[in-house]
Design a binder for this molecule. Sequence first.
Ligand code: CA
Length: 646
Amino acid sequence: MKKLLVWIMTLSMLCSLGTFAYAAGGEAPIWVEKVEDLPEDFILGVDASSVIAEEESGVTYYNFAGEEQDVFATLAESGVTHIRVRVWNHPYDRDGHGYGGGNNDIEKAAQIGQRAAKYGLKLIVDFHYSDFWADPGKQMVPLEWADMDLAEKTEALYAYTGESLEKLNEAGADVAMVQLGNETTGAMCGETDWDNILTLMEAGSRAVREQCPDALVAVHFTNPERGGAYADYARRLDEFGLDYDVFASSYYPYWHGTLDNLSSVLGQVAETYGKKVMVMETSYAYTMEDTDFNGNTVGEDLSGVKYYPFTVQGQANEVRDVIDTAAHTANGIGVVYWEGAWITVGGASREENAALWEAHGSGWASSYAAAYDPNDAGKYYGGCAVDNQTLFDAEGQPLPSLRVFELVRTGSDAPIVPDAAEDAIVTADVNGEIVLPETVSVIMTDNSRQDVPVTWELTDELEQQMRSGGGETFEVPGKAGDLPVRCFVDMVESDLLVNGGFEDGDVGWTATDLAGADELYVEDKATDSLTGTKHFHFWSAAANSVEFTLEQTVEDLTAGTYEYAISIMGGDSGESEVYAYVKIDGEMTAQAPMSITSYGEWDTGDIGDIELAEGQQLTVGVYVKCAGAGGGAWGKIDDATLKPQG
Ligand code: CA
């Protein structure tokens, strides 16, 4: 997960009000289904790249007893086995200002590796081979290598990898795996030609074998959902003869397809080439709240496409299922959670936080990143976009979901109880009855669903707003047991007439020609229509040849008060008599005079207070009689509506 900003922009366009759920709240123990046959040495990793910058910004981490404790100790106690750390060549401008994202150069990585080793945690080294974020959208060459040809760059990358690993070894880090690039889906280190990319990767691999002979060499790709992509990468690596051990994938369930697909594409690589496979990055939102005044990549916008609720339990279930999938994929060796500790730096305003992000690199990018990446990081720099996907809360307390890494080995005996409720979505007529569902789907802690009766809190005031608000969507709160739920109601203004705008031709309408007009029909001509593309057209050449009625009878209306309207425009009408009318059981009960003036001047006949008793039949229509000015007359009729009168 690297292209934070672009994600925000993409996500904001996905405007779905789907199945978001509220958390039940409380400190209930989390439920975890045991992962069967999980190997003892299965990698359960957490990327903690931002920890040093976080601590420098004043962040404190706690253990499950609520005591201040080294975050690496807490991770180790929770069943985590590996720490992953990203490494940028030189994430600083000429004056030594960090670009942000943890300012993760090799010195930072050495500190993290050293502290992790203290608690028995192994290190996964994630070389981006860039001075800042590398991801599928961007693989910029480090500034120092920018003018090198491929041979020089290959040598530089080989030397840099070796020297960096030497520093990690010297610091006492327990390097277990080294990545040749980050999410290198067709680009790395400024190269986009596969032969060049693989030449560079090979140099990196050689350096790893020499400096850390016991470490695994990994390649890392993303977008497993793209058909054939992983098979293609693996084939290229094989044909080139790249010396590597692990084919790793990112897996963010919001975008990266199903777990079955992930298992299938990784399993295929494992079985075809005998490689180990793993999930190098995954994460899940435990809340929709943003805690650092910098918008998050995942929030309510995404609620419609998710399978787990945005709760602590939902997060634990996602991680558990990814572990289960990786463990049961051929040669699956592990799962790493991305940025488990990148919480808010804790300021009370964006300004306060921004000062810390700038000073310590604890946001995703600082303004100084403009020196390297002026068009993205240098423009959109700011805080953390994933602070709602961490494994610690905003105060630095570990979330119960952090325990998933130990509980996957045993399962938990927590009771299966309601955790969250799916949103209900209904449509209602502003003039009709607002019918809310009697039950909602409640997501249990084991991610199963149950229909639970719901009590809605639809106040008179809210209902009034909904009826007068026009075609808007409103949120009605409710309770399913103790669980807060909500129903999104799309208010629509429906019309009781069939085909009131003539868009379906003459369906529903009866035209009666009383004087032999030349033309009486529905015409398809947007410029002459009030709305849509069609309207009812009349024209006749001779004087006194325009006289007709156009009407529709509506069956099965409930007793009540109604309002009818219809519009007309035209010209050359001469002496004329035009009116909208209403008949009840065939008897004319009301008329509203209308006038034909000139092209584009629509006049609306509006008849309200139509009182209809049960079983009565209502007919609405328009009567048009024109002598014609000099000859015949012409005109257009459109947009008839019949609505209950509120
Ligand atoms: Ca944020």
